[in-house]
Design a protein around this ligand. Structure first.
Ligand SMILES: Nc1ncnc2c1ncn2[C@@H]1O[C@H](COP(=O)(O)OP(=O)(O)OP(=O)(O)O)[C@@H](O)[C@H]1O
Ligand SMILES: O=P(O)(O)OC[C@H]1O[C@H](OP(=O)(O)OP(=O)(O)O)[C@H](O)[C@@H]1O
Ligand SMILES: O=C(O)c1cccnc1
Length: 468
């Protein structure tokens, strides 16, 4: 895998860093927020993923000799390179929990560090979090549609290069149960799973012998691919023969996989044939360019599919390709900072902030998150970020702070959670989100608003800058 060192960044972070360093600003504390502006896939939410990888990367981030030699070659200043030689990320990170359900516009991570450190890490932070959050969200959308069906990641071969490695991790956070990606299984403790390829069957003179040999070699883990020649005339009848033979040897055929044709029709027919042969325990897996829409459609058609194998659409985040997550300066040298824009939605939120999620009496989400100053106590109103006529009272409501400290002095504060624990947390949180926000088409818009104080501060700064 690509080793993430100091040069895993955009050149401009390093050139800006040189100016901070040479002008003596580099030690001043800056606060940056990570947030995204639009929920992917026209959905109503995103699943935050990648935090653990980010923290591990920050902890070990160094400029090695190769980095320094290259940076010298591209003309960076010798004294600055000397500083980079001893570079460590020594800042604080506040974050929403990995697996959390998050919404557009709210800070998901707050970085407090010297401006030079905070600047240098921007690109890798966005690179890690935008991708894994996109894929975890895609996975979660499929999980919502699969209605208890098992989802397996088949995507490594279709991924944008090594991105597939982290996609497999993010898929688990979003609700997939296993991966065919053996390296991701090794490194992230993901259950690995798989069936067989057409080439295996083609390499034999006949399908039946291929099925037999496989079942003898993997008696507890045989899923037969039945569409190489003719699913209903050859694949399923041969699978039934092998299933019965396995039974006489005290083993159970685990499943069959459909990979072409009308998957709903073939699943129904296959189920019928397997049940009639006394093999009702054999699972039906399906694959072939599946996504959340096709999974929904197949289940709406009554297809008795137990397992969905998904590759391309999962690991490439089709059709969105990227999450638009950004990293914006909110505070520097004891002053709130703002970025103005002609597009009101692109004006940034100044100050060190906190995000509260409003809860009902059962602890479920009410559909409102409030962004406020980090030490604000009595939050009475939440106001639409761009439409001051839209506001509502949140006084006295139960609320939960989402941004918690996860790194201090560049050290990770808590031991890493197992991926399965992160996935479990994500699933529990998604259950607290009312159904209308998870709706497939035109989901209800979850409200992310500003506290009165934060809004006043933002408006004050806008005014101040306009008067300059
Ligand atoms: N019942 C169904 N309802 C909706 N979509 C389906 C159904 N069955 C299959 N599909 C989807 O339709 C697409 C299948 O396309 P197509 O028929 O071109 O390919 P194929 O079945 O792989 O054919 P081939 O035999 O050439 O391999 C896949 O994305 C598949 O998941
Ligand atoms: O369609 P996706 O969602 O991307 O899922 C992965 C696909 O990859 C495999 O096909 P491939 O033709 O590569 O190999 P095979 O011989 O194993 O079917 C598998 O059979 C799926 O159809
Ligand atoms: O195990 C499988 O069936 C598999 C793995 C990767 C891609 N397609 C299928």
């Amino acid at each position: 895998m690509l080793d993430i060192t100091g040069t895993y960044t955009d050149q401009y972070q390093l050139t800006m860093g040189q100016v901070y360093f040479l002008k003596g600003h580099s030690h001043h504390t800056a606060i940056f927020d990570y947030f995204f502006r639009k929920a992917p896939f026209n959905g109503g939410y995103a699943i935050f993923a990648g935090l653990q990888n980010l923290l591990e990367t920050l902890k070990d981030l160094r400029f090695n000799e190769k980095d320094l030699a290259f940076l010298k070659e591209i003309g960076l200043n010798a004294e600055y390179l000397n500083y980079l030689k001893d570079f460590r990320f020594s800042g604080k990170v506040y974050s929403v929990r990995e697996g959390e359900v998050v919404f557009p516009g709210e800070p998901i991570i707050r970085i407090e560090a010297s401006i030079i450190e905070a600047q240098i890490i921007e690109t890798l932070l966005l690179n890690i979090l935008n991708f894994q959050t996109l894929i975890a969200t895609k996975a979660s959308r499929m999980k919502e549609q699969a209605k208890g069906g098992k989802l397996i990641d088949f995507g490594l071969r279709r991924a944008q290069g090594p991105g597939g490695y982290y996609a497999s991790r993010a898929a688990i956070i979003g609700g997939f149960e296993a991966t065919s990606n053996t390296r991701a299984g090794r490194d992230f403790g993901i259950p690995v799973s798989g069936t067989m390829a057409h080439s295996f069957i083609q390499s034999y003179e006949d399908e039946l012998t291929a099925f037999r040999d496989f079942s003898e070699s993997h008696p507890d883990n045989t899923v037969l691919l039945v569409d190489t020649y003719d699913t209903l005339k050859s694949g399923i009848p041969n699978a039934i023969k092998v299933g019965k033979e396995m039974k006489t040897r005290g083993h159970k055929l685990k499943g069959i996989r459909l990979d072409s044709g009308d998957l709903a029709y073939l699943a129904r027919k296959s189920r019928e044939m397997l049940d009639n042969a006394g093999l009702d325990y054999v699972k039906i897996a399906a694959s072939n360019q599946l996504d959340e829409h096709l999974i929904k459609s197949l289940l709406d058609q009554g297809a008795p599919i137990d397992i969905f194998g998904v590759g391309t659409s999962l690991v490439t985040g089709q059709p969105d390709a990227a999450l638009d997550g950004v990293y914006k300066l909110a505070y520097f040298m004891d002053e709130p900072r703002i970025k103005l824009s002609e597009t009101i939605a692109k004006i940034t939120l100044p100050h060190k902030k906190q995000v509260y999620r409003m809860l009902d009496e059962k602890g479920d989400f009410t559909g409102s998150d409030v962004i406020c100053l980090f030490d604000e106590e009595n939050i009475d109103w939440m106001i639409h970020p761009y439409d001051p006529l839209k506001f509502k009272s949140v006084e006295g409501q139960e609320k939960e702070a989402l941004l918690k400290p996860v790194m201090e002095n560049g050290e990770i504060l808590s031991p890493a959670l197992d991926l399965s624990e992160i996935a479990k947390y994500s699933n529990e949180r998604l259950k607290k989100l009312p159904q209308e926000y998870k709706r497939f088409f035109n989901p209800h818009i979850y409200k992310v608003g500003l506290s009165r104080k934060l809004k006043e501060e933002r408006d004050r700064l806008i005014e101040e800058h306009k008067m300059k």
